[in-house]
Design a protein around this ligand. Structure first.
Ligand code: GCU
Length: 431
């Protein structure tokens, strides 16, 4: 099987040089479809109304939002974009094979848990790594990350189980090689009193075209069904579903404060955490990094990637519900847009992290989405930008500390070491 993998993120290990290059090499045609990078050519568009129900009634209070508008929007997003997901499986089981080993010179304790999704334990299992501050006297809040790498590739700790990852030929292989990402500094979370947890997304569902036979979605096909129905889950919803299963585990662990879990992921995994957080309200906070098109960036704004590019069969069709692709050529008729995704997180804290030269993901489209969603946060008395807020420059932290937060680093399609520091600050305030 031939797959095109390497998310742009893999290539974006460091910002500076990459950013320069990205400007020069901006593709103008992708999958045969033009890409617009010219503000003057964006055109005009009207976003579907947030604060009016489908039967035309105004939504003026938090209660009307919660009881009427939120459920109907959630369904629209589910039907038209990510697809329906099954509930918690009845055979879900946890095997804690590392029960609290000291790590990072005794600063933390480490747990490793295998989450079995099906009764057959030979396949469909997710390794969950958790660090908690060793000196915690109460259940600990934590950041739950979903990653492109197996956790032993991501963190410097010799006690980690070596995971398996999908290779370019679509086979699972031992994750015993380093990645170009470099290692994540987990101690910064521990030092701030937070735990840190992570999973490899490929343990849930592979990330390539024709990956259906290998992931969790296959196990839910009904007899006679060869692929998910038009309104059923794509790979992004499957990854998000896996995060809810991690939450199922957290709820059983007395050392973890499951009411204070923040989700974080980047790029297609930024889209994933946004959907997981919207759908599963047990998550207290979402930090969506460079989520772009199909994430927090407005679809109607013709800049950078569009649904048309996503929907090309050679690209990311499998990541969304089949229904989504029907909008590729008529985005203005789509009943939803990204401001609705952002608003569906309200009143829970949401931080959008973007990059100033990540044109493909349209950082301005994410900013405008936040502006459009802000009235919903305000219904709940939460802090959010206003219509007159000017888009912050790269590195400007003035919108970081809102419940609906926005932060753009200087650089491209990546999460920089300084971004993680921002996340810690944000968690200190709102988690
Ligand atoms: C591609 C894709 C984006 C996605 C990104 C990533 O660039 O077009 O939609 O966010 O990959 O996951 O790195």
């Amino acid at each position: 099987m031939k797959i095109k993998l390497l998310p742009a993120l893999l290539l974006a290990a460091s910002s500076g040089a990459f950013a320069q290059q990205q400007v020069a090499n901006r593709p103008t045609v992708v999958a045969g479809f033009p890409v617009n990078y010219n503000e003057d050519s964006v055109g005009t568009y009207t976003l579907p109304e947030l604060l009016k129900t489908t039967d035309g009634k105004p939504v003026a209070t938090a209660r009307q939002w919660n009881e009427k508008r939120r459920p109907e929007l959630l369904r629209l997003v589910e039907e038209n974009q990510f697809g329906k997901m099954p509930p918690r499986p009845k055979d879900l089981a946890f095997h804690i094979f590392d029960e609290g080993t000291p790590a990072f010179n005794g600063k933390a304790i480490r747990k490793q848990v295998t989450v079995y999704f099906t009764k057959d334990t030979s396949d469909h299992k997710m390794n969950l790594l958790i660090y908690l501050p060793a000196k915690a006297s109460k259940p600990t809040p934590l950041l739950m990350n979903i990653s492109f790498a197996a956790y032993n590739q991501m963190i410097e700790d010799s006690g980690l189980r070596v995971g398996e990852i999908w290779n370019k030929e679509g086979k699972k292989v031992k994750a015993d090689k380093p990645t170009p990402f470099g290692k994540l500094n987990v101690e910064q979370f521990i030092d701030a009193g937070f735990g840190f947890a992570t999973v490899y997304y490929g343990d849930i569902e592979p990330d390539f075209k024709d990956g259906l036979p290998y992931g969790i979605r296959k196990t839910y096909l009904k007899p006679g069904q060869s692929e998910p129905a038009a309104n059923e889950w794509g790979a992004i919803a499957a990854w998000g579903w896996g995060l809810s299963r991690a939450m199922d585990y957290f709820e059983t662990d007395k050392q973890i404060d499951s009411k204070r879990i923040a989700l974080q992921g980047a790029s297609r995994l930024g889209k994933t955490v946004l959907w997981a957080g919207i759908h599963d309200q047990r998550f207290k906070m979402v930090i969506a990094s460079i989520s772009g098109e199909g994430g927090a960036a407005l679809a109607r704004r013709n800049y950078g990637e569009t649904i048309r590019h996503i929907s090309d069969p050679s690209r990311y069709l499998y990541q969304f519900a089949p229904n989504y692709h029907a909008w590729a050529d008529k985005v203005n008729a789509m009943p939803i847009d990204a401001h609705m995704l952002v608003a569906l997180m309200a009143p829970r804290p949401l931080l959008l992290q973007t990059g100033s030269t990540d044109y493909w993901s349209d950082p301005k489209g994410e900013f405008l989405s936040a502006i459009a969603a802000a009235p919903v946060y305000r219904l709940f008395g939460k802090t959010a930008p206003s219509d007159s807020t000017v888009m912050p420059a790269a590195g400007d932290t003035s919108l970081l500390m809102n419940q609906l937060g926005y932060y753009m680093h200087e650089g491209g399609h990546t999460v920089l070491p300084e971004d993680w520091k921002m996340f810690v600050r944000y968690m200190q305030k709102y988690l």
